[in-house]
Design a protein around this ligand. Sequence first.
Ligand SMILES: NC(=O)c1ccc[n+]([C@@H]2O[C@H](COP(=O)([O-])OP(=O)(O)OC[C@H]3O[C@@H](n4cnc5c(N)ncnc54)[C@H](O)[C@@H]3O)[C@@H](O)[C@H]2O)c1
Length: 314
Amino acid sequence: MTEKIAIVGAGLVGSAWAIVFARAGRAVALYDENRAQAEQALSRIEINLEALANSGLIDAPAEVLARVAVADSLGEALDGAAYAQESVFERAEVKQAVYAEIDKVAGQALVVGSSSSGIPASVFTEGLGCGPRCLIAHPINPPYVIPLVEIVPAPWTEAGVVERASALMSEVGMVPVRLTREVDGFIANRLQAALLWEAFRLLEGGYATAEDIDKTISEGLGRRWAFIGPFETIDLNAPGGLADYAARLGAGFFELVKQGEPAAPWSKTLIAKAHDERRQHLPMDGHLARQAWRDRRLMALAAHMTEADKKIGR
Ligand SMILES: NC(=O)c1ccc[n+]([C@@H]2O[C@H](COP(=O)([O-])OP(=O)(O)OC[C@H]3O[C@@H](n4cnc5c(N)ncnc54)[C@H](O)[C@@H]3O)[C@@H](O)[C@H]2O)c1
């Protein structure tokens, strides 16, 4: 792939993607239908690059920033780009309109990845000439410190396009996970949904506070999940590996899962209960500062993971 990358939609996620590509040496064209958003994105990128430099994650923030330029039109952004990362609003009709525009101006070689959190690419690329070169490339925000990207082809996405998008993501330091076909929520949000439903169920039942339920992840399960997933966890937790674990504990886990059915929407009362407890720990006027704290912790974790990869191996 050539050097230039286009970002279409320069909000929270688009501006974070710009850092990923520019950090890897790519020229990045930022396009947003609202020019002021793209200008704001540049300031946000500058601030986040400084923070990355302060965390030891990049060396020359000014050089990275210099690779990012605001484009005046979609055509200008896509001109000469081999890959575009679409990051507009999560609404089917907005994405459909953007892809119709992209289809008009895109060159024959352009690959387009969508940051879509849940709308599959088939909803907004059907019948388009560029459809076979479109797929989902879903990040966890912010992608410059969380490397996962879910690659999800539409039924008409060419196999070679999946290869090219995955290779590009690896080149720029992301870790692509490929789905063989579309499924609602892809993988990450399906796993997150299962966990969130169970957390709310436990809270609703009055078994523990929201704080203690959170701690079971932050002080417990999440410690392993930062570097191994659920299958490797159980494989390492029985002397004979995964099959041994399943023989010992599979039936017990099945009982727990059965108790969880059927899923019901969160009631207003339940949401209020969880929200009010969170506000006791974090009043809304501290919300922004806590988000900044979370991002600093994510940067510190990214720095630690890089060190640990070098010292201990992956
Ligand atoms: N926020 C997250 O945590 C997160 C995580 C992963 C994926 N995503 C996905 O990323 C995408 C973007 O989310 P976000 O949080 O950055 O949203 P956002 O609201 O911060 O930014 C969206 C941007 O798209 C621009 N836009 C809208 N229509 C446009 C058009 N026709 N042409 C050009 N620009 C246009 C808007 O002006 C806005 O700046 C969504 O699909 C979302 O689901 C979000």
